[in-house]
Design a protein around this ligand. Structure first.
Ligand code: M6R
Length: 607
């Protein structure tokens, strides 16, 4: 979603802001803008489309020591230059905003009656006018911002600049992420570390409700009510935050091929072939797990699918009731209060607003033990949760989640093993699962080699309007993930069904034009999914089968893709690779923008 970058520097800030915007591109956006101070004034340049479109409009000789910039992902008002940020008020106040101002209509009416003219269709424009309004009433820049934010309802991360105060930038964080970067004689603001990693490795992670005042050599932070706040500076390994494709054509491709290494990092130091090591979730976690009788998982999108896999594992190997809800639904389905509950959130970014809101809701209404499985250290979910297990996948830039999913599954398997250990499962069973999990990176690497097979499958799909994915048991959430990947990057309509549901509706869709991808396990579901495939084939549907079986009598003209065989509970993870690459090659054949699919954002920071 939207991205903010800003800074006050001794050197020229303009190229730093532009590089920052490029590094925020992965979040998803439709327009971009920059405001930087010139000798006497502020230059404001905006553009619809990509950051390089904005660059073309910039004065090549532009230099400045203070500025803010923004990538916009439209919520209120169409993608357009007028709606792009920064928004200006009276050519004095400039604001870049992430989030949603819920009371913007009321504020608009009030500001209009005070004589302010609104130029855009956005909810954000009111912020600058409100600050300007208080300045016109005699308040200084700092107090005007403090007063204005006390009037705002909703979620907002802000970067604010005042033409008449050329040495200060103000940042605000309220339910939308904002980090402060500290350099030598320079200070920065950004939505995430990625934007600033070329200029600093020292960061302050603001808490909700904090306001930061930046000058070249000073960073001071206070709460919304003006009380001074101390936020520690953390050093981050910024070499990990590279936006280099390393010879791949897309980040999605790179991230798919990084999966063996990413899973290796997720397991590193956390597991031996006897089971998981103590303390990997944080001190005292195992002791608290002893009492757990219920598990509630909350997540969105791909991360939700990871949760659904854990649900099956929990029932089968732990006998613990596990429920999985979408972040956007959890609090509204009026969850029944349970005792002795582990509330687990799963998220790549750690900033997904719906998941975060669910966690906050659960903490307010109940007293669960909270754990997050997350890829981004210091993210909001990590900070709101009592315990964290980082997936260690490394930054994921492609909007379509790939290595984050596979490492989530590896980490969830670590949790399963830890729970089994705590609940007294047989050491032999634990050993069996642990040693197979350790072999997973090698099996993923083998699966990644069969690119020609996946390219051939893509040729069957790319001219179709729809594709059906079938799976049973553990393979059903994987089928859903396969459908999500295909639809988000190739724009082909895709749906996933449990094989048994076929005759309850979707069979009506099957004809010779409908490709079906069926995930075929080597377990008790084999006979039943075989019948489902026969039902499709009898209606001339083209079936591609994927699974660990060597030979299959099932392959109907779509062909069979054999993946390496491992334990039944881990085999679905290997199955993810063919699904990711089939989607990727289909998108290439269709010529879509793989890393930045239309209408989507990497990190969904509004509810
Ligand atoms: O950062 P999160 O894992 O919380 O994000 C959740 C979803 O927005 C995300 O998985 C989304 O569905 C991806 N684009 C899927 O590829």
């Amino acid at each position: 979603m939207c991205g903010i970058v800003g800074g006050v520097t001794e050197r020229n800030i303009v190229p730093i802001l532009i590089e920052g915007l490029h590094r925020l591109e992965y979040r998803g956006y439709d327009s971009a803008g920059i405001a930087y101070r010139t000798e006497e004034n502020v230059s404001l340049v905006k553009s619809l489309g990509r950051v390089h479109d904005l660059e073309k409009k910039l004065d090549k000789k532009a230099t400045s020591n203070i500025g803010i910039a923004h990538t916009r992902w439209a919520t209120h008002g169409i993608p357009s230059e007028k709606n792009a940020h920064p928004h200006a008020s009276n050519k004095n106040i400039y604001v870049a905003h992430n989030g949603i101002i819920e009371n913007h209509e009321d504020l608009k009416s009030e500001l209009k009656s005070e004589g302010f003219k609104l130029y855009s269709q956005t909810d954000s424009e009111v912020i600058g006018h409100l600050i300007e309004f208080y300045k016109q009433r005699g308040m200084d820049f700092d107090s005007s911002v403090m007063k204005a934010i006390s009037r705002l309802k909703g979620a907002f991360a802000l970067a604010v600049m005042d033409k008449n105060d050329p040495e200060t930038l103000i940042g605000v964080r309220q339910s939308s992420p904002l980090v402060v970067g500290e350099g030598f004689d320079e200070s920065f603001l950004a939505s995430d570390i990625m934007a600033l990693s070329p200029v600093t490795n020292k960061f302050k992670f603001l808490e909700d409700g904090q306001v930061v005042f930046l000058s070249k050599d000073k960073v001071s932070i206070c709460s919304k009510d003006g009380r001074a706040a101390k936020v520690p500076t953390k050093e981050v390994d910024s070499t990990a935050y590279t936006n280099d494709l390393s010879g791949y054509n897309h980040f999605m491709e790179k991230e798919i091929f990084e999966q063996p290494e990413s899973v290796q990092s997720a397991l590193e130091g956390r597991i031996t072939n006897k089971g998981t090591r103590e303390g990997i979730f944080g001190a005292g976690f195992e002791k608290k797990l002893k009492n757990i009788e219920n598990i509630q998982i909350v997540a969105c999108g791909t991360s939700y699918h990871a949760g659904r896999i854990f649900e099956y594992w929990s029932h089968k190997f732990l006998g613990i009731n596990c429920r999985v809800d979408y972040g956007s639904e959890y609090q509204y389905q009026e969850p029944v209060k349970t005792k002795k509950t582990l509330l687990m959130t799963i998220s790549q970014s750690g900033e997904t607003a719906d998941t975060l809101a669910s966690l906050k809701f659960a903490k307010k209404t109940d007293d669960p033990l909270t754990l997050t499985i997350c890829n981004v250290a210091n993210s909001s979910l990590c900070r709101e949760s009592e315990y964290t297990l980082l997936t260690n996948a490394g930054p994921e830039i492609g909007v379509a989640s790939t290595k984050a999913f596979v490492t989530q599954l590896a980490c969830l398997n670590l949790l399963l093993l830890t729970l089994m250990q705590v609940k007294g499962a047989k050491p032999g069973t634990i050993k069996n699962i642990a040693s197979s999990l350790i072999e997973l990176p090698d099996q993923l690497a083998k699966t990644l080699k069969m690119t020609d097979t996946y390219k051939a499958a893509a040729k069957l799909l790319f001219k179709r309007h729809s594709t059906l994915f079938l799976g049973r048991g553990l393979y059903f959430p994987i089928a859903r993930e396969g459908a999500l990947k295909l639809k988000e990057i190739s724009y082909i309509h895709a749906e996933a069904y449990p094989g048994g549901e076929l005759k309850h509706g979707p069979l009506a869709m099957i004809d010779k034009n409908m490709p079906v991808i069926a995930l075929v396990p080597d377990n008790e579901h084999l006979d039943k999914i075989t019948s489902n495939i026969e039902e499709v084939a009898a209606r001339k549907g083209k079936v591609i089968t994927i699974g660990p079986l060597k030979k299959t009598t099932l392959n109907k003209d779509g062909g069979h893709i054999k993946i390496p065989k491992t334990l039944d509970l881990l085999n679905p993870i290997i199955c993810v690779v063919p699904l990711q690459l089939i989607s990727y090659y289909t998108a290439l054949l269709k010529g879509t923008d793989v890393d930045k699919p239309r209408n989507l954002a990497k990190s969904v920071t509004v509810e």
